[in-house]
Design a protein around this ligand. Structure first.
Ligand code: UDP
Length: 235
């Protein structure tokens, strides 16, 4: 499959057209950003590492019955995916308090939550991706009631599958962000990526952070950590 014209460039990926109008090629970059683009950097080989991790995870989720955009990996950095219209929602699932949840509610990072906790943010960089509820989503026409319900079911399923998968690799799934897209025939499927850029993963034994917080918080060993996560998930 050959790369056609560039359709989009985001913070971590570029998207290209292909000769098939229903398919796109995603190309992962090494660029890293945090705090809504205020902190910028590069993580060597992150593009290739995240491409591989995300594809392993998406294949696993497909097997578990979650429809995704994944078609096949084309190269280290490039993957063929189904073309979708991304719902402008960041769907976050939390198992343990961390990050913005800890800040907003004044709970220490690492406190287990009573159960998997789902939240939506409105994907809008200018507004800083504000927290949004179901009524707001309907009011703004971002998704229908049925689509929100479907997204909730899939998000919880993704959490169940990933929590067990990562736990098996000695990683505790603290929280993660996923995105969904709509296919031309109106189906909602999992899109974007699942990687240490979009998940919080702590070593089960040591609680060491093995995700983008190493970059966000200048904890060091950033490249090594991304590679270590790939080594764990591919074995
Ligand atoms: N997350 C993400 N992209 C975003 C915001 C959050 O991938 O634009 C992920 C983040 O890596 C974490 C989870 O979503 O795994 C929850 O993030 P949180 O709301 O705590 O935000 P943060 O503390 O990262 O600002």
């Amino acid at each position: 499959m050959k790369r056609g014209k560039q359709l989009y460039e985001g913070k971590a990926k570029k998207v290209f057209a292909t000769e098939d109008p229903d398919l796109c090629i995603v190309s992962y970059k090494d660029d890293a950003t945090a705090f809504n683009g205020a902190k910028k950097g590069r993580i060597a080989d992150k593009g290739a590492v995240n491409n591989m991790i995300s594809n392993i995870v998406f294949a696993l989720l497909e097997e578990a019955g979650v429809p995704t955009h994944f078609v096949r990996q084309l190269s280290d950095r490039e993957t063929l995916v189904k073309k979708v219209r991304i719902l402008p929602l960041e769907v976050i699932v939390r198992n343990t308090a961390a990050g913005s949840f800890s800040k907003r509610f004044g709970v220490e990072e690492g406190k287990p939550l009573a159960g998997p906790t789902l939240e939506f943010s409105y994907k809008n960089d200018e507004l800083g991706d504000p927290l949004i509820n179901d009524d707001h989503i309907l009011a703004l026409g971002l998704a229908s009631e049925d689509e929100i319900a479907e997204v909730r079911v899939y998000a919880h399923k993704v959490n169940e599958v990933l929590e067990a998968f990562f736990n098996d690799k000695g990683l505790k799934l603290i929280d993660f962000k996923i995105e969904f897209g709509k296919t031309p025939d109106g189906r909602v499927i999992l899109a974007d990526e699942i990687s240490p850029d979009t998940c919080r993963l702590w070593d089960v034994e040591t609680n060491e952070k093995m995700d983008k917080d190493r970059f966000r918080r200048d904890l060091g060993k950033v490249e090594e950590t991304y590679r270590a996560v790939l080594e764990r998930v591919r074995t």
